[in-house]
Ligand binder design. Structure first.
Ligand SMILES: Nc1ncnc2c1ncn2[C@@H]1O[C@H](COP(=O)(O)OP(=O)(O)OP(=O)(O)O)[C@@H](O)[C@H]1O
Ligand SMILES: [Mg+2]
Length: 468
């Protein structure tokens, strides 16, 4: 019912609130108790002063008896002294030790407003006030008022009981409020936890509070974004696997079919030879496909870690031409190179050789005999631009960026015949992007394709930038 987080948060809040309440109530209680005690003491002194005033007006036996009689009916005790340690009268018996203490101060002169002689109600049995008695300018003694400390303790005790009640009530209220508070705080977090669990188990997250304008809203939006990315990646992976399966199945079907035919009894030698050739072709295609897939998988995993060094482009072209030259000769397509001798670029030579091989392979496939393919490189303001231009049929305008997607072929049947799988340009793009560059396809107005690679200095960081 309660999450671990809300229990922890609840306990923390409870302890903090409890501490605050405790401190506040304790402080308030102590100051109120002192105030109440001061009030009682003040009243006692005022009472003593009143008696003193009466006695000063009529300093005689009758008035003295009257004052004593008045106090004998109250909780207080009055002691009137003669200023020399002798007692003129008192309303009740007083403990000898206390009386001794009181009388000890009898000869002291005290301001007319009186004073508090003993205010320690917490530790002493009585509190005592002292009002000096002056008749016709002469000091005639003191009116001492004694009140039992129990009186103050009782009022303060009552105050304490009320505080306890209010305190208990606030603690109860705190306990009642905290679950709501913690739930209010933890709910969006728990919701996001649920959502990420849904994400992890492959579901579409629902109930994300992306409308909030605070940090939790930011978090919710990030999770939403993450979920979209994940969804896209899952779809891409599924599509990729479907394409791979499809591409693998075709040559395998051919191989199986022609192998069956070749092993049939009664197949003549010439047909068997033809079937074997087809099987070899298809096996070769399978082999190439698997190699390309491995390349792609590597690029996904480690972003085609490229190790850059300064490479002369003309010598790179030379080594590529020595590989593709025979094929061009055979098809009677002219291969030209226009690269300044001193042109260098920061490249991974091995990887880039593959780029040029793939591009020239495509150009050759799509260029009819007697035409020309040109490899060109020029220095630009920011780096180099490399182009492969052919005189083939070109790529339709709407498909010029699609050809870089995996398994994309403009004309499926034709490409199948010529052995294409549609991975060559995807690999080209991965490698070029790992160098921090871009690659694009264009069709020339007069026919033919121009493949353009742009490399900028200082962009090749060896990482394959994330593609959208
Ligand atoms: N120079 C070009 N002229 C015309 N079309 C091209 C050219 N280069 C590529 N294409 C089109 O783009 C598609 C994708 O090319 P890509 O190199 O990725 O695959 P492929 O050549 O078919 O197969 P692979 O290179 O994997 O053997 C080709 O099938 C083709 O339709
Ligand atoms: Mg190709």
């Amino acid at each position: 019912m309660f999450s671990k987080l809300s229990i922890r948060l609840g306990l923390l809040l409870f302890s903090i609130l409890l501490l605050i309440e405790l401190l506040l109530y304790a402080g308030l209680y102590v100051s109120l108790a002192d105030e109440r005690a001061d009030e009682v003491i003040g009243q006692l002194l005022a009472r003593g002063n009143t008696h003193r005033d009466v006695l000063e007006d009529h300093f005689d036996e009758v008035t003295l008896n009257h004052v004593i009689m008045m106090e004998s009916a109250s909780d207080f005790t009055v002691v009137v002294t003669d200023g020399r340690g002798g007692i003129l009268g008192r309303s009740a018996d007083v403990e000898p030790v206390l009386l001794e203490e009181v009388l000890h101060s009898d000869n002291e002169t005290v301001p007319n407003a009186g004073r508090v002689l003993e205010s320690g109600w917490r530790e002493r049995e009585f509190i005592v006030t002292d009002s000096p008695l002056t008749v016709e300018g002469r000091h005639r003694g003191h009116v001492y008022m004694l009140a039992p400390s129990a009186m103050i303790r009782e009022t303060v005790g009552e105050l304490g009981r009320r505080f306890l009640m209010v305190g208990a009530f606030s603690v109860l209220l705190t306990i009642l409020v905290i679950p709501f508070l913690t739930r209010f705080i933890t709910r969006p977090l728990l919701r996001m936890k649920r959502v990420t669990e849904q994400l992890a188990s492959g579901g579409r997250p629902s109930g994300l509070d992306t409308a909030r304008s605070d940090e939790l809203g930011d978090l919710a939006r990030s999770i939403g974004q993450l979920s979209n990315d994940l969804e896209r990646m899952r779809n891409e992976r599924n599509e990729f696997l479907a394409s791979v399966a499809h591409e693998l199945r075709t040559p395998i079907t051919y191989i199986k079919g022609y192998a069956d035919l070749a092993s049939k009894t009664g197949t003549d030698e010439q047909s068997r030879k033809k079937y074997n050739e087809i099987i070899q072709d298809e096996a070769g295609r399978l082999n190439r496909l698997v190699g390309q897939l491995l390349d792609l998988a590597r690029s996904e995993r480690q972003g085609f870690a490229v190790s850059l060094s300064s490479v002369s482009l003309s010598s790179l072209a030379e080594s590529v031409f020595s590989l593709v030259g025979p094929a061009f000769q055979e098809k009677e397509v002219q291969l030209s190179c226009r690269i300044p001798d001193d042109l260098t670029a920061e490249l991974d030579a091995g990887r880039f050789q593959q780029v040029l091989l793939n591009l020239l392979d495509n150009a050759l496939k799509h260029t009819p005999s007697g035409k020309e393919v040109t490899l060109e490189a020029v220095r630009t303001k920011k780096g180099v631009r490399i182009t492969v231009t052919d005189e083939g049929e070109g790529i339709p305008v709407g498909e010029q960026s699609a050809v870089f997607e995996r398994f994309y072929r403009v004309d499926k049947s034709r490409s199948r015949k010529s052995g294409g799988t549609g991975l060559g340009l995807a690999i080209v793009r991965d490698i070029v992007e790992a160098h921090g560059g871009t690659v694009s396809a264009e069709t020339r107005p007069g026919g033919g394709t121009v493949m353009t690679i742009t490399l900028e200095r200082g962009n090749g960081d060896g990482a394959n930038p994330a593609r959208g």
